[in-house]
Design a protein around this ligand. Structure first.
Ligand SMILES: *Cc1c(COP(=O)(O)O)cnc(C)c1O
Length: 230
């Protein structure tokens, strides 16, 4: 990447931080690097970003072990979250690389994570709040069964919830989706006071300002940082 491209990236990142501050939010920025090269990701690291999200296990495992190791040599801590649909047979290769799996939507995945984890791993529970999305828990009952099961899984650290709003221009529909996740999280926290379920991963490039208004603690942003994916 040229210096000019890096400067432009820096400006886009600053714009997002400004938006976060303007909503009086202290939400964390998760940089979604799917489809982007390790060179572009390294440029983002040099712009000060350190936590990334990928949605395909194979791509994540191809790019991140070396990025994490190389930056560690310069005392830069880089980490990566899994944010996409996950199949059970991919968990084994993923667990040593990621610090968090945000897309847990069924109990089988938890058992598989527990089986391969050598240290505690953060998990978020994906909840279905928008019509277009296919993944995520669809009922409180199944979510609560899974939260109950976590008590017997010592390597699982339940941290909160994740959702994707519907892909629409209808701001009210998007807002409703985020409000639903907020409410689900509050109710679950009351029911499961033994955990700290404070993380609300919601908001992407096109809707993160709405998500911040509705209590997001982590926005997942790709396009608004890297430009559009080809
Ligand atoms: C791709 C993706 C994002 C980021 O999308 P942008 O519109 O590029 O910001 C966020 N969350 C998930 C789960 C994704 O797959």
């Amino acid at each position: 990447m040229t210096d000019m491209e890096k400067n432009a990236m820096s400006e886009r990142i600053e714009h997002i931080y400004t938006a976060i501050r303007s909503k009086n939010s202290s939400a964390q920025l998760l940089t979604v690097s799917k489809f982007h090269s390790t060179e572009e990701i390294q440029a983002a690291i040099e712009c000060g970003l350190s936590v990334f999200g990928e949605n395909r296990p194979q791509e994540l495992c191809e790019k991140f072990p070396s990025l994490i190791a190389q930056n560690k040599l310069c005392n830069k801590k880089v980490s990566v979250h899994m944010i996409g649909n996950l199949q059970r047979n991919k968990v084994k290769s993923l667990v040593p690389v990621v610090s968090c799996i945000q897309s847990v939507d069924r109990i089988e995945l938890l058992y598989e994570i527990e089986k391969y984890a050598e240290k505690k791993i953060d998990v978020l529970f994906e909840y279905h709040t928008g019509e277009e999305s296919k993944s995520g828990f669809t009922s409180k009952e199944t979510l609560y069964e899974v939260l109950t099961a976590c008590e017997k899984l010592p390597h699982i650290n339940p941290k909160g919830f994740m959702t994707m709003a519907p892909f629409t221009k209808d701001i009210q529909a998007i807002r409703k989706s985020f409000q639903m996740l907020y409410r689900i999280a509050q109710e679950a926290q009351t029911e499961f006071s033994q955990y700290t379920l404070s993380e609300l991963s919601m908001g992407m490039s096109n809707d993160y300002e709405i998500a911040l208004e509705e209590g997001s603690t982590m926005v997942r942003i790709g396009t608004a940082i890297f430009g559009s994916r080809i």
